[in-house]
Design a protein around this ligand. Structure first.
Ligand SMILES: Cc1ncc(COP(=O)(O)O)c(C=O)c1O
Length: 436
């Protein structure tokens, strides 16, 4: 037994399932990988083995691990006592930065996690419109609260008709009846989206979506889908919520909404915002945001909201994303890694391909052609993915497994072009082992 497997056995004696979060077990390995330390784009496990990190804290570590600017900001906040649940000037500084950077944001609020951000945004949309239903896109992921944990990870044989996709439950224990609040539409089906908005506008508060669908790897919206999304919601007084927990800062400082040139009414911002520290936000039109207490009647609060250590880290991280050259570097890394991995798969005769944008990407095995929706992504071969990830980890590249499903992987800005070359040569060995 290695220290890693020893620790998993120990963890199972006190932590439920041996993990702090259900998805933290890496199914490609059969246990979580326990990391001792990290720096830049690298991780070291408890046995001292080094990995290039292509999970990057599920996207939270866009700036890399232990960034000096983030650490200095955190240390300065700690030196002031790190008193939480109080306001200071850093909250306004971060709010101003977000309002300057993210097109939809005229006002923002802070939350602890992305799950809380979508939960509060949905309540706000309902409070503002006085309507309760949501149009949700099939497969899109909006966190772990019961309102939205439907139609995520639906098995291929349970999708149902695309005119009325199955409201597959993401967990046991969800209160019955919540699914009645959801109307599901497949991604990139502008005809079905338009029909749903027209039929249900009188009872729908908002359409919520991942504007770039990274939770199934990396799937971009078509022009037609985007234009129905914005024009029909506006025409029918339905709010448009972009869940940018994962997209924000990923390909440009203004996130998917800037990249796509579509401004939603409300948006959530998570993961990368905190430079690896726990903070998320939601924001949008001033008239909607003013519905929040204390001005309005919609509740949003929390002891740890805007925790000062995370706020300080976020200011440092967002300022870094706004630095000239930040996204040129991200693009250069993507331009090396995405075709590089495609070439490796082709050279070894493995039927797989990469779709990526900015600092995140999906790898799809056994899906012919471009993946354009959850229905395409669910055809991807999970067993091949787990074999690939196990081989990558053996060769010093860390991927999270997401159960082998089509999901998002990514790199950080601390990676250099020569680190990307190292990652590719390790992946070349890994894919060679897969077919050996
Ligand atoms: C699009 C999206 N929304 C919400 C969430 C939930 O965020 P958190 O894990 O911070 O609660 C995630 C997390 O992966 C996400 O990708």
């Amino acid at each position: 037994m290695t220290r890693v497997t020893d620790l998993y056995a120990r963890a199972q004696q006190s932590l439920a399932g041996g993990v702090s979060a259900s998805t933290r077990l890496n199914r490609a390995l059969g246990h979580p990988l326990y990391f001792d330390r990290s720096a830049g784009c690298r991780l070291w496990d408890l046995d001292g083995r080094e990995y290039i990190d292509l999970c990057c804290s599920h996207g939270a570590a866009l700036i890399g691990h232990g960034d000096a600017r983030v650490i200095a900001a955190v240390q300065a906040a700690l030196a002031r006592g790190a008193a939480c649940s109080y306001e200071n000037e850093l909250h306004s500084e971060l709010a101003e930065l977000l309002c300057q950077t993210i097109p939809a944001c005229e006002r923002v609020r802070f939350t602890g996690s992305g799950t809380e951000a979508t939960m509060h945004t949905i309540r706000l949309a309902r409070a503002f419109t006085g309507r309760s239903k949501l149009i949700k896109i099939e497969g899109h992921f909006h966190g772990y609260h019961d309102q939205v944990m439907y139609s995520i990870g639906t098995p291929a044989d349970q999708l149902g008709d695309e005119h009325a996709p199955n409201k597959y439950r993401g967990s046991a224990g969800m209160a019955p009846g919540l699914d009645e609040q959801l109307i599901l539409v497949p991604y990139n089906r502008p005809d079905l989206l338009e029909q749903a908005i027209r039929e249900h506008a009188h009872e729908v508060a908002a359409v919520i979506c991942e504007p770039i669908y990274y939770n199934a790897g990396c799937i971009l919206p078509t022009k037609e889908f985007l234009s129905v999304l914005r024009e029909q919601t506006r025409a029918h007084n339905v709010l448009l919520i972009f869940d940018e927990v994962l997209c924000a800062f990923r390909m440009c400082a203004g996130g998917a909404q800037q990249y796509l040139g579509v401004t939603p009414d409300l948006c959530t911002i998570g993961k990368a915002i905190g430079g690896g520290f726990p903070i998320s936000a939601f924001g949008g039109r001033r008239d909607i945001m003013e519905t929040l207490m204390p001005h309005g009647n919609c509740q949003h609060s929390g002891t740890y909201n805007g925790h000062i250590v995370s706020v300080a880290a976020a200011i440092a991280a967002v300022n870094a994303y706004r630095e000239p050259g930040f996204y040129e570097h991200i693009s250069a890394l993507g331009a090396k890694l995405f075709p590089g991995l495609n070439a490796i798969l082709k050279q070894h005769g493995v039927a797989g391909h990469v779709q990526g944008l900015g600092a995140r990407f999906g790898v799809y095995f056994g899906v012919p052609g471009e993946v354009r929706s959850y229905r395409d992504a669910v055809q991807h071969q999970r067993a091949t993915m787990l074999t690939f990830i196990a081989a990558a980890i053996r060769n010093g590249v860390y991927f999270h497994d997401y159960g082998g499903g089509a999901c998002h992987h990514g790199f950080c800005s601390a990676m250099t072009l020569s680190d990307a070359d190292v990652a590719l040569s390790r992946l070349d060995r890994a894919v060679g082992e897969m077919v050996a």
